[in-house]
Design a binder for this molecule. Structure first.
Ligand SMILES: [Zn+2]
Length: 428
């Protein structure tokens, strides 16, 4: 951020956007968020239909779901271990915060075949007889989630007398995914196409974001078409640390203004969310906010046409193409890091590799700019509808070379050399 101080005021709005944009995504936008269910399964501990804990804990989880549906605070707290004082207080705050959130279909799925193995540290906290089978929480944000999002829970269950309770959600290295409602009271702002969830302390920022997302949705549809939900959920944490907890993992968000995430259930992404990084987002001017949010909304729109094999340069380049479209920013300004490199005679040899988009890459800005200008070149040569058709072809499983040939009548080697020549002349 110190670099910004030396730049002229006139350019500040754009430059802040660009610097922060350089970090957007970092793989999160395309791939599952780190909250996606872990592949590694702990030990199998029991034969489910013979295990007397299964019906009891299933009933307990059912009672929790009922309590949410019926807004029954006492019923919710009756499922929590009475001796787990601080967890109980957190569960009470969670319940209270959820009351303003339009959740529906809140349900837990118990998988008794996968449980946490013996753990002396948990023994000492919970006593003998704790049980931690795999549990998945599903819910929809009403009117926004077509399919339920699926969030792994890492709950510890304990028996007290003849009853079972939830005693903790953080006994293990894998911690339960945090929702905004775990972090304090939630305020909900509704736009035409947007549902923005934040905390009361965020004030007018929530409405500002709803308005900006409402404006971004038709811009994205104008390029991508209307074959997507055209509804966007935005989560607005209050601090960067909260953003980090909500996204999970240990990514560096210090240069990121917003990210787009989804949960993976099998191969289906669900629970599309845009998360804003408030300290950085607040620094953006109107143009920067427009570019950032249009970029992220593009990720939401294209998610179902984005495969694991879609190269990141195409995902990020397309999102920037839509983000900057009609924003009246010249490529010399918007790609100034790449321009400086090209003017020093260092033309990239190939389109950026997925690994180049790593958040820790010191040349991340140039990498995003390379991807953006590749998408811009394809759109200029072939038109936006063909760029979209190319994106969809790659998402359906064609290689980049195959899709360039069948959709655009070129090939990867030709396009790469065209793109390098374009960089040289455009950024001269
Ligand atoms: Zn992105």
């Amino acid at each position: 951020m110190t670099r910004l101080a030396v730049r002229s005021t006139r350019l500040l709005a754009v430059l802040v956007a660009l610097e922060l944009l350089a970090g957007i995504g970092s793989g999160l936008a395309l791939q599952s968020s780190p909250k996606a269910p872990a592949a590694a399964a702990p030990l199998r501990a029991s034969v489910p239909h013979l295990d007397p804990r299964v019906p009891l804990v299933t009933a307990l989880l059912g009672a929790r779901a009922d309590a949410i549906a019926r807004r029954d605070r006492a019923g919710w707290l009756a499922t929590v271990d009475p001796t787990a004082t601080s967890f109980r207080a957190r569960q009470a705050r969670l319940f209270d915060a959820l009351q303003s959130v339009p959740v529906e279909g809140w349900a837990y799925e118990l998988d008794p075949e996968h449980t946490q193995p013996a753990n002396p540290a948990v023994d000492s906290r919970r006593g003998d007889g704790w049980w931690a089978p795999r549990v998945t929480l599903r819910y929809r944000l009403a009117g926004y989630d077509a399919l339920p999002t699926a969030e792994p829970q890492h709950l510890t269950f304990v028996s007290r007398g003849d009853r079972w309770y939830v005693a903790a959600d953080d006994d293990f290295a894998d911690r339960t995914a945090r929702g905004l409602w775990d972090e304090g009271p939630v305020r909900v702002v509704r736009g035409r196409s947007s549902l923005v969830l934040g905390h009361p302390s965020s004030g007018a920022l929530l409405r500002t974001i709803a308005t900006a997302v409402d404006a971004a949705v038709p811009r994205v549809s104008a390029v991508w078409g209307r074959q997507w939900s055209q509804k966007v959920v935005v989560l607005v944490p209050s601090t960067q640390r909260e953003l980090q907890r909500l996204v999970g993992g240990s990514g560096d968000y210090s240069r990121i203004a917003a990210v787009a995430t989804a949960e993976l259930t099998g191969s289906n992404p669900v629970g599309d969310r845009i998360l804003v990084n408030p300290p950085n987002f607040r620094q953006l001017g109107a143009l920067g906010r427009r570019v950032v949010l249009t970029h992220e909304v593009t990720h939401v729109a294209t998610r179902s046409a984005t495969a694991a094999g879609t190269p990141t340069w195409l995902v990020e380049g397309f999102a920037d193409y839509v983000g900057y479209l009609d924003a009246d920013v010249s490529s010399r300004v918007a790609a100034q890091e790449l321009r400086a490199q090209v003017r020093r005679g260092r033309l990239p040899a190939a389109l950026p590799a997925d690994g180049d988009f790593d958040g820790g890459n010191p040349r991340l800005a140039q990498v995003y700019e390379q991807a953006w200008l590749a998408a811009v070149l394809l759109a200029r040569r072939h038109g936006a509808p063909k760029l979209v058709a190319f994106y969809r072809a790659v998402g359906s499983g064609l290689s980049v070379d195959g899709a360039l040939r069948s959709v655009l009548g070129t090939d990867l080697a030709t396009f790469t050399s065209d793109w390098r020549r374009d960089l040289r002349t455009r950024l001269a």
